[in-house]
Design a protein around this ligand. Structure first.
Ligand code: FES
Length: 145
């Protein structure tokens, strides 16, 4: 079993993140507009704690002098040298086919009794559907499908 309960849904409000340790791996979980995404908290450049970096968006341009701000809250910038990664996929912005940080599959579930209690231990007597938990699957990378 490689699914792990890492938090309650309400522990990570929209626009926030939580860094957890699961099986010796540091993983950042981000809430982007109510959807949860997880990436390894280790920059592939020189190993900085990537998920502690600034969460930002993208400035794009099709013509000189015409800029659009897009994808607010979906990009994390490494705190050491500024490499940027797509939180939803783990792909780097500057070289998306070759450089990425590992993404993990995240689900929101109510019935979690069969999963590993780490680092969050779910109560075993769930009585309401509002008690939903964030579950990470370490065996599945969201880029592998
Ligand atoms: S360690 Fe992340 S950009 Fe250098």
């Amino acid at each position: 079993m490689s699914k792990h309960i890492v938090a309650k849904v309400y522990d990570i409000p929209v626009g926030k993140r939580k860094i957890v340790e699961v099986n010796g791996r540091s993983i950042g979980i981000f809430n982007i507009n109510g959807q949860f995404f997880a990436i390894r908290n280790r920059c592939p450049h020189e190993g900085a704690e990537l998920c502690t970096g600034t969460v930002t968006g993208l400035r794009q341009s099709n013509t000189p002098g015409d800029y659009q701000w897009d994808r607010e809250g979906e990009i994390v910038r490494c705190p050491w040298h500024g490499w940027e990664f797509d939180i939803k996929t783990g792909q780097s912005w500057f070289d998306p086919t070759r450089v990425r940080v590992r993404p993990y599959s995240v689900t929101v579930e109510s019935d979690v009794a069969e999963y590993q209690p780490g680092p969050f231990k779910a109560e075993t007597y769930l009585t309401t559907v509002e008690e939903q938990y964030i579950v990470i699957d370490l065996s599945f990378s969201s880029l592998s499908s």
